[in-house]
Design a protein around this ligand. Structure first.
Ligand code: HCA
Ligand code: CU
Length: 462
């Protein structure tokens, strides 16, 4: 049975320009606990006072997950981990030749002595200990086995096999983990896989197959450089592909969105599971299939994680999708009218990046000659904002950009400081968005203008 250690609060906070407040960390830890991750790596208390304060608060919440503090091999770091109330300290010390020579200036024997002494010290304080041979995948294998077994004998019950530079491939990683499992004294093996080649989760899954116990993740795959496996991808992959049902999938999407908002670190639209396009279908062939039976082009039902499929209407769209969209509005058209509507959509779509429901309704009106009296699902609005004088406009801009429905943001001259373009599914969603924007710190006043017609892209004559 796989275990998950989430290290959003430690590795994730090592993402360039990402820093959480203590309150944000507490909220994230609570959400992680609801998902049911087995361990939460809450930070390295030597980094700063607030990092230590967050570990302390999280340790006192009585969460189900074991709370882990990260530390270099130093007595004061271990003391701080203990003082924070963490159950476990994860001590890391690099073992690859390049790290030993260039960074630590230690021989193999010196390294082993330092590692074992610190592990024994942490054990003497009553802490559970994980030992991480940093850069393990570039470490001479015989030395790696020696260090890890010495660490286990000194009291570590977990070894984190760290692919610190993300250089592994699934088949190689499988062999390494298997060999390590065979050579190590009894212990749990964690897998800490970096994503430099986009192989982190694949490597980690191969490692679990080879006998390891636990995968390290972060929300939205954050971390140093390109990060480590994404929590949502990991949980859903194990749930759907490996039948691991012990985790609660329900908070995953909200947690991911919360992280986007609080960090300003945005997901690519094509990000699996949580990305905007993960359940969108575009080409006529695909949408036709999905509308007949979603299983044709969906690896799983998006409802499993509380999401909905989306059919994109543009020049790639076929008749089935257009008819289905019109049907959503209760609009009936004849087969001949549908044919013309689709052709028009394709013509307009040739010159536009995006078609909104308002455009589709307008085309339907023109083609049928009947007035269509419905409110389009997707509403465009321009929201003007005035910012408090003591607040940086850019900080408000940053917050606005984290709202999924805000499509672009401009700092402007005039009575207002910012103008934001928003796209909402309906009036209720737009109202919610405006309410949320009003709660952004530094926003003094807003004024919203509904877009009646939108012109984008070039005016093409021929
Ligand atoms: C680092 C350390 C680490 C540690 C992993 C772990 C790595 O920031 O270099 O303790 O499991 O990638 O090796 O994140
Ligand atoms: Cu790491």
């Amino acid at each position: 049975m796989v275990q998950i250690l989430d290290t959003t609060l430690r590795e994730g906070e090592q993402t360039p320009y990402v820093n959480f407040t203590v309150d944000e960390k507490v909220h994230i830890a609570q959400m992680l606990d609801r998902i049911g991750v087995d361990m939460i790596e809450a930070g390295d208390p030597s980094v700063s006072n607030n990092v230590a304060a967050a570990i302390k608060r999280i340790s006192s919440l009585g969460l189900r997950a074991e709370i882990v503090a990260h530390s270099i091999a130093s007595r004061s770091g271990i003391d701080k981990a203990k003082a924070c109330g963490a159950k476990r300290v994860a001590i890391f010390y690099a073992t690859s030749q390049i790290h030993l020579d260039a960074k630590l200036h230690k021989t193999h024997d010196e390294a082993i002595r330092i590692i074992t002494e610190h592990i024994a010290y942490a054990r003497s304080l009553g802490l559970n200990v994980r030992y991480t041979p940093e850069d393990a995948t570039r470490t001479d294998f015989e030395f790696l086995v020696r260090v890890c077994n010495a660490a286990i004998e000194a009291g570590a019950d977990r070894i984190s096999f760290a692919d610190t530079l993300g250089i592994m491939q699934p088949h190689l990683f499988y062999e390494r983990v298997k060999a390590l499992r065979e050579r190590l004294l009894p212990c749990k093996i964690d897998l800490h896989c970096h994503d430099d080649y986009g192989l982190a989760l694949a490597n980690a899954m191969a490692g679990i197959r080879a006998g390891a116990d636990c995968i390290h993740t972060t929300v939205n795959g954050m971390g140093e450089r390109t990060g480590i496996p994404d929590l949502a991808e990991t949980v859903v992959a194990f749930h759907n592909l490996e039948g691991e049902t012990k985790y609660n999938l329900e908070p995953l999407v909200n947690l991911s969105a919360y992280l986007e908002k609080s960090t300003g670190f945005f997901l690519a639209a094509n990000k699996p599971i949580t990305g905007q396009n993960a359940f969108s279908h575009k080409s006529g062939v695909h949408t036709n299939g999905v509308l007949k039976d979603p299983r044709t082009y969906e690896p799983f039902d998006p409802a499993v994680i509380g999401r909905e499929r989306k059919i994109v209407i543009d020049k790639y769209t076929g008749k089935t999708a257009v008819a289905a969209r019109l049907d959503e509005y209760g609009i009936e058209v004849s087969p001949a009218e549908l044919e013309v509507i689709v052709t028009r959509i394709k013509n307009v779509g040739d010159h536009r990046k995006q078609l909104f429901d308002a455009d589709i309704l307008e085309i339907a009106e023109q083609v049928t000659g009947r007035e269509i009296d419905v409110i389009p699902h997707d509403i465009n609005a321009i929201i003007m904002l005035e910012v408090e004088s003591h607040v940086y406009t850019t900080s408000v801009v940053r917050r606005l950009r984290s709202f999924e429905n805000v499509t672009s943001v401009y700092e402007v001259t005039g009575d207002y400081d910012i103008s934001a373009f928003a796209n909402a599914e309906n009036m209720a969603a737009l109202n919610n968005l405006i309410e949320e924007i009003r709660t952004v710190q530094g926003v003094k006043r807003t004024e919203t203008r509904m877009v009646l017609k939108k012109y984008t892209g070039m005016q093409v004559d021929k």
